[in-house]
Design a binder for this molecule. Structure first.
Ligand code: DX5
Ligand code: ZN
Length: 217
């Protein structure tokens, strides 16, 4: 099974983002958390900053939009060249229409669900999305504990993806470390976002290697 490790630059030094992206060159994608202080109680950056990150990053960007009204704002992130753009199911007015628009622009379309949001409605819509993000913390902040009780959503998604024969990536985000990554991988995740476990201690490249090994069941 392919294993993708996407370090979250929410845990990077915001005045040294280019340097910190350079430290995670062995990863697969750079995960970019856009927060608007409305959908979540935290604020990061918007399209101007993400555009500059895109300019300097050797890795493709995996943009995670924790914002209200993604129907209005998400296409702009696809237009600036993000490899994937993931918006929240809870915030989108027309999730399928928005995913189609993102694909037309040339980005992979992702849909994210918070821990309390059911996955069942989306199991029927897998043809419309390239990736599904199952949040394993309440979105908004790095450094929180992995919520293992959401694993049945991954099991259900994994079964639905296999049955469909589609190549839909299953992503987890929040509290992913060397221990919890194996739990998520066993439940069917193939794409792993990690912020604090990559950046906050030791060497990011070694941390990525350890995560990759722990996810490779
Ligand atoms: C949280 C963000 C995550 C965050 C994860 O809402 O979506 O991407 O950076 O951080 P850790 O890995 O520290 O839980
Ligand atoms: Zn994220």
């Amino acid at each position: 099974m392919p294993v993708r490790i996407n370090p979250s630059i929410l845990s990077a030094d915001f005045v040294n983002i280019e340097r910190d992206i350079g430290r995670v060159a062995s990863a697969d994608f750079v995960h970019v958390d856009v927060m608007d202080n409305h959908f979540v109680p935290n604020l990061t950056f918007g399209p101007q900053m993400v555009g500059r990150i895109q300019d300097v990053s050797p890795l493709p960007l995996d943009v995670h939009l924790m914002i209200e009204d993604p129907d209005r704002w998400a296409p702009g992130y696809a237009e600036l060249g993000a490899y994937s753009v993931t918006f929240h199911a809870e915030a989108a007015a027309d999730a399928v229409g928005l995913a189609r628009r993102l694909r037309e622009i040339g980005a992979r379309a992702g849909i994210a669900v918070k821990p309390g949001t059911a996955i069942e409605p989306y199991l029927e819509l897998l043809t419309e999305f390239d990736q599904v993000l199952v949040m394993t913390v309440e979105p908004g902040f790095g450094g929180q504990s992995f919520i293992e009780s959401v694993m049945p959503k991954l099991t259900a998604l994994s079964a639905a993806v296999s049955t469909s024969g589609l190549d839909v990536w299953l992503q987890v985000d929040g509290g992913v470390d060397e221990n919890t990554i194996a739990i998520a991988a066993a439940a069917g995740a193939d794409t792993f976002v990690a912020g604090s476990s990559v950046f906050n201690s030791g060497d990011p490249a070694a941390n990525i290697a350890a995560l990759r090994a722990a996810a490779d069941l």
